[in-house]
Design a protein around this ligand. Structure first.
Ligand SMILES: [Fe+2]
Ligand SMILES: [Fe+2]
Length: 368
């Protein structure tokens, strides 16, 4: 299936080498709408009228080079605040030095890895989205900034082989739980809409919905924090899944699906080796893909073996996945998602679904 490009954000690529432009287009096209230019004038004309999410410039751009083009582009009102990626194959480069000195984005020396390019672009786009959070009401802003920092910290922890400390997870989830307790969560759900780290967006939405379930049945304080933390950590094992599988637009092959499913056992291993991670958090991660009729994964447990927290998490996880925006699909309307879930009579806890139906509908409406 060819993904509909209209749901992707625009990245503009400018560079004289056709081979390089093609390589970059190939690397980015699954995730972004890419428009590329071989020379400066055409790029400038287009960028004067359009604001892309990011501009990538090679040092070799006819007629006067990438540095001159960048200086010209910075004068365009349409590009204020737009991040840049500069590319150069030379050890000394005005373009890269300028980007670094003025903190305009990321300077990449060639040759670079495709993964490095994707990570740089994603990081810069996220930074722009996160800058927009500055205008949000303080508790909701902190709910976003602290959870995104938590995600980055955990990613660093995993890279350096350090355990996840629950004390910092708990601390990072406090503003989220606080916001949920006072039912003010609209800007949290709205604030992650253009964010490029899908695992973060999904986890935050799951944490928000799960905490809302908690307040509906009277949970407060530490209990609510446990749900918020459980939601944030439920897919943490996805950080070990390769980018291409995790973000593949469209259907996974059976081998890829096996890799994807391993996120559950990875999550459990990471949480078990974490510092003082509560059992409830681990159970949410371990059982959120299990089904009442035993057809779920990884253990195929059924009925009464399924923990209540995990039954709630399964509902939120499916609702979240159906109503999430991905590069290859629009979000499903919440009523339609709930209708599909109401037909999963053998797999999902229908008593919980009936109990929490209006919570999910209200939340989706608020964030619309
Ligand atoms: Fe999952
Ligand atoms: Fe999930």
């Amino acid at each position: 299936m060819t993904p509909d490009v209209s749901r992707k954000v625009l990245v503009v690529v400018v560079g004289g080498s056709e081979r390089q432009r093609t390589e970059i287009e190939r690397a980015l096209m699954s995730f972004y709408k890419v428009q590329s230019f071989a020379e400066a004038e055409a790029a400038k004309a287009m960028l004067a009228k359009t604001t892309p999410a990011l501009v990538l410039i090679d040092e070799e751009v006819p007629p006067k080079g990438g540095y001159k083009l960048l200086i010209n582009l910075l004068l365009l009102p349409s590009l204020q605040g737009v991040p840049f990626v500069g590319l150069s194959g030379r050890p000394q480069s005005d373009l890269l030095d300028f980007i670094e000195a003025k903190k305009l984005g990321v300077a990449l020396a060639k040759p670079f890895l495709r993964s490095r390019l994707l990570k740089s672009i994603s990081g810069l786009i996220n930074k722009s989205v996160e800058q927009g959070w500055e205008k949000i009401e303080p508790v909701q802003r902190q709910a976003l900034t602290k959870t995104v920092a938590l995600f980055n910290d955990i990613s660093d922890n995993l890279e350096s082989g350090e355990p996840i400390p629950f004390a910092s997870v708990r601390e990072s989830c406090k503003p989220l739980a606080q916001a949920i307790a006072t039912q003010s969560y609209r800007d949290i759900l709205k604030g992650v809409k253009g964010h490029d780290n899908y695992s973060y967006v999904h986890s935050l939405r799951v944490a928000t919905f799960l905490s809302l379930f908690g307040t509906t049945i009277g949970m407060k304080g530490d209990e609510l924090l446990l749900l918020a933390s459980g939601g944030m950590l439920h897919d943490i094992g996805k950080m070990t899944i390769p980018h291409d599988v995790l973000n593949k637009p469209g259907k996974l092959s059976s081998e890829e699906f096996t890799v994807m499913k391993s996120h559950v056992t990875n999550s459990v291993a990471l949480l078990n080796s974490g510092l003082e991670i509560p059992k409830g958090v681990i159970v949410i991660a371990e059982q959120h893909h299990e089904k009442l009729d035993g057809t779920g994964y990884p253990n195929g447990i059924k009925g009464g073996q399924l923990n209540e927290l995990a039954r709630m998490a399964a509902i939120v996880d499916i609702f979240g996945a159906l109503t999430d925006r991905r590069v290859y699909k629009d979000p499903m309307p919440p009523e339609k998602a709930l209708g599909i879930m109401a037909e999963m009579t053998d797999g999902l806890d229908q008593n919980f679904l009936a109990l929490f139906r209006h919570v999910l509908l209200d939340a989706a409406l608020e964030a619309a």
